[in-house]
Design a protein around this ligand. Structure first.
Ligand SMILES: O=C(O)CCC(=O)C(=O)O
Ligand SMILES: [Fe+2]
Length: 283
């Protein structure tokens, strides 16, 4: 394939078409009909759009999007093969990308994770973006702990299912985090990615790069409250034992509309297992 030169006019046209919501397929068809070869047209589209996004970023716009894990939800079936278990799609939305799954864990597996975590629970800390260390945070009144990746058989099972459903290597994930919320406890809305503007982020990002997706699995069903909220899109996911909510963010920026939180538990308690997926290998 010869790489054809993209004139500024063509580049402008490609960007304008994409912004107007035309699909890559229709752009490709237009370029093919004006004599472009398919491979060259695809390359030109990619060059034009990535060049445009890089300029936007340089001009203070959002960072350039990266590839993120996803769950295939456009097939005819709402049943997914997680390897050793079938998992069902409860709901899926595109922007932000949010998918709710049923049956990611069995009741017994949920119980086992809570039991294994219980003796190790401490007041939750969040990563201190100013220093790269950990801090206790008033916006997060849960208690929590981290398992090492693959620390127990039940962790390995969950990690293998997630790897298979997301087509994202196990070693691109952090260890499971278990959180426990008592009555009134909450996790106020936040983003899970690391803010590149913060001085501590560079240190954090050396280990595995950015977080690009989250999967929160509910280990029990709270008596009342404790939903996972997405305030940008007024969505609330009801916590149910064994269900999980997946969401992805292709850049560390609010344009991803992935602001989310754990609403206060009104009655009873709430246990979750959170898995964060990274861009690269997390060691
Ligand atoms: O508890 C929830 O519903 C959300 C947990 C969460 O946002 C997190 O662990 O990052
Ligand atoms: Fe979160």
């Amino acid at each position: 394939m010869t790489r054809q030169h993209i004139t500024p006019e063509l580049r402008g046209w490609i960007v304008a078409q994409a912004q107007a919501g035309h699909t890559p397929e229709s752009l490709l068809a237009s370029m093919r009909s004006s004599g472009w070869e398919e491979d060259a047209a695809m390359q030109a589209m990619e060059d034009a759009l990535s060049g445009f996004l890089a300029e936007q970023h340089a001009a203070g716009g959002p960072p350039v999007p990266v590839a993120v894990p996803d769950i295939a939800t456009d097939g005819a079936s709402n049943v997914l093969d997680a390897g050793d278990r079938e998992v069902r799609i409860v709901m899926a939305m595109r922007n932000p990308r949010v998918v709710v799954l049923a049956g990611l864990l069995s009741d017994e597996e949920c119980d086992e994770l809570m039991q294994l975590a219980a003796p190790r629970m401490a007041r939750s800390e969040t990563v201190d973006v100013a220093t790269g260390g950990n801090e206790v945070n008033a916006a997060r009144t849960s208690r929590g702990m981290f398992f090492e990746r693959g620390e127990h058989e039940v962790c390995r099972r969950l990690e293998a299912r997630i790897e298979r459903l997301l087509q994202w290597p196990v070693d691109h994930g952090e260890g499971l985090q278990i959180l426990h919320y008592g009555p009134g406890a909450e996790y106020r809305p936040h983003h899970d990615y690391f803010d590149p503007e913060q001085p501590g982020s560079a240190t954090i990002l050396k280990r595995g790069g950015q977080r690009v997706a989250t999967i929160v699995t509910y280990l029990n069903t709270p008596a009342a409250g404790g939903g996972t909220t997405f305030p940008d899109v007024a969505l609330e996911v009801a916590p149910q034992k064994g269900h999980a909510v997946f969401f992805s963010y292709d850049r560390p920026h609010p344009v991803t509309r992935t602001l989310h939180g754990g609403a206060p538990v009104v009655e009873g308690e709430k246990w979750v297992a959170t898995k964060w997926l990274r861009q690269g290998v997390f060691r």
